[in-house]
Write a protein that binds this ligand. Sequence first.
Ligand code: ADP
Ligand code: MG
Length: 605
Amino acid sequence: MIQVLPDHIANQIAAGEVIQRPASAVKELLENAVDAGATVIDLIINDAGKSLVQVIDNGKGMDKQDARLCFARHATSKINAIEDLFQIRTMGFRGEALASIAAVSQVELKTKREQDATGYSIELEHSEIVREQPVAMPTGTSLAMKNLFFNIPARRNFLKSNAAEMRHIIEEFTRVALAFPGIVFTLEANNQQLFHLEAGSLKQRIVQLLGSQYAAKLVAVQEDTDYLTIRGFVGKPDTARKTRGEQYFFVNNRFIKSAYLHHAVMQAFQSLLPADHFPLYVLFIDLDPKQLDINVHPTKQEIKFEDEKIVYAFVQAAIRHALAQFSVTPTLDFDLDASIQGLSAVQQPSTDASRAATRESALFQHFTQKNKAHSIEPGGNVSATHWKPFTPASDLPIAAESLPSLPAIKNTIPALNSDISLTQLLNTYLLLPANTGFTLIHQQAAHERVLYEQFMQATQEKPVATQRTLFPTTFNVSAADARLLEEMKSLLQQVGFHLEKENDTTYVLQGVPAGFENGNNKAFLESLLEEYKHFNPEIQASLQEKLFKTLAKKRAVKAGTVLSEKEMRQLVQDLFACKHPTLTPFGQPTLLTFTKDELDRLLQR
Ligand code: ADP
Ligand code: MG
């Protein structure tokens, strides 16, 4: 026998599609507030949204009739005719969100329009109004979703830990806040303010949300065509991270996920990044809604372009262009040519003073350590097995025609046999000759890479040694940050930072990683804290990575240091034993290779 499902059950089933977790409600409610024209939006969360998700806005509000109607399925003020579906530029348009929320939680709505003297308050349970009355309030809307899935225990049990649900909430909050930098957003969780975002530019918003470490590290992307426009920012390669999570695409201001377009960005960055690293990007693509079908997925995060190949090519080209303009791509420094001409300068006999300086150098000390597998007998053979082919020119990030005619890093590195004589130029570059050309290695950049990989290898899973600080640094932090520091303490200990709590908002740094004594620990810890705020799931790996990067930079032999033949040989050998010899841990190139063909071409031979 066929039965028509009672409304509230049909609603519950449909609701499951729209409201899967607290974060889904966060998204819908924030978008409604944006659609209502709000300039200030507050998000209040209790118990990771399980007991409360509340959004308060100063938007246009609703009258009494709309306040009652908005919970009906397919109640929307945003579509009048079916053609509108193709023109939609507001965020929500299915009229499903509030009906779904009302089906799976207890709801309290308060709303008032500018022109009305009083507002109206409605409470619902099981999609039914249980209480309603006029209420005094400022213009705008407050919608509280309480006790999510109180009526569907199976779904309630299905929710993840508070930390996991909170991560989803912050992610949704971040997406909406990035899309509307002109709107003030706040986020308060369990009575603690986590974010207070002032209205400002997109760049300011990115820095507010994703961390001040990006302040000087964003490259603007901006291209306009008749078909579409793209604007936004990409992070410089040295900010790329092993964990994903800071990649945002918005199409007509709507956050979307697209593996296809992600690929386009990665292609544009190719060979600028170490393997498995992802650049930050926040990119807005705007085009005629007729060129899209947003409605392909219920939560509307996927999108179909009429012609996705065009969009792909466009995204890739726009980012290449941006990176090239800001000369983030490894380009040939033409000053270098003059220095190569001055080769004789390098042939100067070494002096006692320069030899003494060398012995003091970190590199020298590093070489003379006992039990290092890489010690080389004088005049001994260096095995050629470490030599790896370089990135072929075809993998270069920038199409040849868009670059000033530059020789590329090529697969031209020779085997290093003992009779190859290495030369140091300007006390900074190692000249490595080959049959088909030569390679210039920047000694400091190369050593940073070598040390970084050695650190990573040496301390897999072992905690880093701590050195007690002579002058403990005091940190004054906000209550919210103090809570985060408390959570981070054991991770920090792992990488050698020993932090002691003095009172609720004061911490004292008693120990730092060995070798880090003179570092700017405060700035370093602050940047770690900033990162932790985004609930990076692989925070531990990333903390260690970050520490080692900084340590490698501090300890590397500096440009301007005289190196002996033996040291040069060791450095070159170590470099090519690295997993990623061509980049420093911060993503700068370590070397440039020139072929005879390229030199001939430059000299028009
Ligand atoms: P949709 O956003 O797809 O129209 P919703 O269920 O999210 O569907 O909302 C239904 C309607 O309720 C909206 O079309 C809008 O008219 C009204 N509404 C919802 N939230 C607000 C708000 N914060 N301020 C003013 N009106 C709102
Ligand atoms: Mg909506």
